[in-house]
Design a protein around this ligand. Structure first.
Ligand SMILES: [Zn+2]
Length: 695
């Protein structure tokens, strides 16, 4: 039988027969990367999969974003065992996604007896490289009260000492080429479910750490063991080239649903609800039809495209029916108005809770969560009926997905905001995360491992019926499962208002500075809020910032409005607050700048951020200009008055819009040479490739 191959513009995968590995070749290169096949512990014996022969690859599906999925069946040399290898490839990108299913013709059990420890998913020799780095996605920074991206250099001592690292991304860099490995799961650093185990002489293996399977988990017949998706890819070039390709992979190819990648302008009612609450009212005071219809008119005037009703639109959790006291027409006027404006409707959900009197709870009573073996006490969910926890890693997941699908038909909702999903949510037996033979501890860990997988299953089920649905997952607090699994299906709601008073060691009188007890520090106009909310732009080197939604306030003075708009345009794309009370001048200013932004937002989303200066420095520069078109923005935040200079990295389109305090000329390479006269704390936006039809 001839050697099997799959290839695209960038790489070729080769699958020799009678081996323990497959090969990834960068096209035109002289040596491959060899991925060893998984090692399992089956019935107490460690067994490496050795493939006797492969059956011909099957093209499973060609997706709308150009990704093709193949499936290969590998017959193992071990009796009765075979693996199904799934591979997703996009022609224009060097990153391949792959995952395994392990099948057995006879019933057998995965065990956890040996000290060798569980599963090794693959191993790899990286001795040709001399620099290595861990890229973490889920480090929660207490100072800014948000997840952000961190990178850690790995030198030979890490390999020699047999250390392990969490990732989920591992980068190898050499003279002429660079290589990336990653796995798609999610948890807060340093809580790891998989890890890269390092070995002397620069080799590495991706291993299961905990809860990837249960001791004595059966496989056999139709029931396989399934892995998460893994990612690998190499380029002839340096780290920056690799990062740009990976960023493009996250932008266009990891997620079938491209709607979640589009730089719409989002509005969410929560910022307004909080403000009204601090003024002595209730979160739900303004949650009604009349106020909402007016607010949609205003949102449209501002240039907002996705209107999200946060918590309070529903009658009770679990059933997720519209509260007909607040919205007597079941959101139909709202739906019609949004449709007329070409806007989308979004709704808030807590997927892990159901009200005491809900039909959903009655049907799924068996799938109530327990913590420490005890059911939770009913708790009020944002001024609505008391609710209890339901376990998403149970058959309930499908009822929840079905309810979301019905809501698409009933209300026109296509944007789903998910909140309050805690990773360690349930330790009950009899769900999909362990039975009474497991310990409570093992069931809890298994729930945490399975949670991102079941969140993805819900999304996949809903998007089969509603391909344009966008899902966002609120990760504004610690303890949420942050990683690549969710980014393969949606986007993150990254940061609310940054830190609270209680995050800092302030004196008692400052802990609750106002009578209303508002714990948020950064909700006022001015530059300070942006110093914190811009922290998530760290991700943009590897992951487009458009996947880290954050809302900005629209309030006067104009200097603050410009600071908020300038931050928004770098990719976080959200607005919230009391927009109904904005004066006409504010509405005009915001509309005008968002109209400029919309002319170049695709270029901005496509471009990797070039940043000079950290948030709060005398001067911060953020360049997002598409090198191919010269279109985009250059944004400056001046925190200290003075004259500042900048030369763009990209050559620019010469249709430029900028304020009077700025001078722009062009050098011989077509780059913009910019000088800003900054009087006080202010933000300046310079648009390239934008027509001024708005004035
Ligand atoms: Zn459970």
């Amino acid at each position: 039988m001839p050697e099997l191959k799959l290839s695209n513009k960038h790489f070729t995968l080769k699958f020799p027969g009678n081996t323990v590995f497959f090969e990834y070749w960068i096209n035109g290169s002289s040596r491959p990367f060899c991925f060893s096949f998984p090692v399992f512990e089956i019935g107490g014996i460690t067994a490496q999969i050795r493939i006797d022969h492969w059956e011909k690859p099957i093209l499973v599906e060609e997706f709308s974003n150009g990704v093709i999925e193949y499936s290969l069946c590998g017959i193992s040399t071990l009796p009765d065992l075979w693996i199904q290898l799934y591979i997703r490839i996009a022609n224009n990108n060097p990153i391949v996604r792959f995952r395994y299913e392990l099948f057995s013709d006879k019933l057998c059990r995965l065990t956890k007896n040996l000290s060798s420890g569980g599963i090794t998913y693959f191993g790899l020799n990286l001795s040709e490289f001399d620099r290595f780095r861990e890229v973490r996605l889920s480090e929660f920074n207490e100072m800014v009260h948000s997840n952000h991206l961190t990178e850690c250099e790995i030198d030979d001592s890490w390999f020699e000492s047999g250390s392990s690292i969490m990732g989920p991304i591992f980068i190898s860099m050499g003279k002429n080429r660079s290589f990336l490995l990653a796995y798609e799961h999610g948890s807060q650093y340093p809580d790891r479910f998989l890890e890269f185990q390092l070995y002397p002489y620069r080799s590495l293996a991706l291993k299961a750490v905990k809860a990837n399977y249960l001791h004595n988990q059966t496989i056999g017949g139709e029931i396989p063991f399934e892995t998460v998706w893994f990612e690998a890819g190499g380029v002839s070039g340096d780290e920056n080239k690799l990062a740009a390709e990976y960023r493009d992979f996250i932008h266009r190819y990891i997620c079938i649903n491209q709607e979640s990648r589009k730089p719409y302008i989002f509005y969410n009612t929560w910022g307004r609800q909080e403000k009204i609450k601090w003024a002595g009212e209730r979160y739900l005071t303004s949650m009604n039809l009349e106020y909402t219809l007016k607010e949609i008119d205003r949102a449209y005037e501002l240039g907002i495209e996705v209107y999200v009703l946060d918590t309070g639109w529903y009658n009770k959790t679990g059933d997720w029916r519209v509260n007909l006291t607040l919205f007597p027409d079941n959101l139909q006027l709202i739906r019609g108005k949004l449709l007329g404006y070409g806007m989308k409707l979004g709704l808030w959900f807590n997927p892990t809770t159901a009200a005491i009197s809900s039909d959903m709870l009655m049907k799924n009573e068996k799938f109530r969560v327990t913590q420490g073996g005890n059911r939770d006490e009913p708790y009020e969910v944002w001024e609505t009926e008391k609710s209890v926890g339901l376990c998403l890693v149970s058959p309930y997941w499908e009822d929840f997905a079905d309810r979301l699908t019905q809501l698409v038909k009933e209300t026109g909702v296509t944007y789903f905001k998910w909140d309050a999903i805690w990773q360690y949510g349930c330790d009950a037996p009899g769900h999909f995360h362990g039975d009474e033979h497991c310990t409570e501890h093992d069931r809890k860990d298994r729930y945490a491992y399975m949670l991102p997988i079941y969140m993805s299953k819900v999304i996949e089920k809903v998007t089969r019926n509603c391909p344009d649905a966008i899902f966002d997952f609120d990760i504004t607090e610690e303890g949420r499962c942050v990683g690549l699994q969710f980014l393969a299906h949606g986007k993150y709601f990254a940061i609310n208002n940054g830190p609270y008073y209680h995050n800092f060691d302030v004196s008692e009188q400052w802990k609750s500075p106002t009578a209303d007890g508002n714990p948020n520090i950064f909700v006022n106009p001015g530059p300070a809020r942006g110093w914190f909310t811009r922290s998530v732009l760290d991700y943009d080197k590897w992951i487009p910032s458009v996947l880290f939604l954050t809302h900005y306030y629209p309030y006067e003075p104009a200097s603050s409005q410009m600071q908020n708009l300038a931050s928004l345009m770098l990719g976080q794309n959200g607005i919230w607050g009391e927009i109904n009370s904005l004066p006409a001048a504010s509405v005009n200013l915001i509309h005008r700048h968002l109209a400029y932004y919309k002319q170049v937002r695709e270029d901005i989303t496509f471009s990797t951020l070039v940043q000079k200066g950290r948030p709060g420095d005398s001067c911060e520069w953020y360049e997002k200009i598409n090198a191919q078109t010269g279109k985009g923005v250059l944004v400056m935040f001046g925190n200290t008055g003075g004259v500042y200079h900048y030369i763009t990295s990209a050559s620019v389109n010469r249709e430029v819009i900028f304020p009077d305090s700025v001078s722009v000329r062009f050098d011989s390479k077509g780059r913009a040479v910019v000088k800003v006269f900054c009087k006080e704390k202010e933000a300046v936006i310079i648009y390239f490739g934008v027509k001024d039809s708005e004035r």
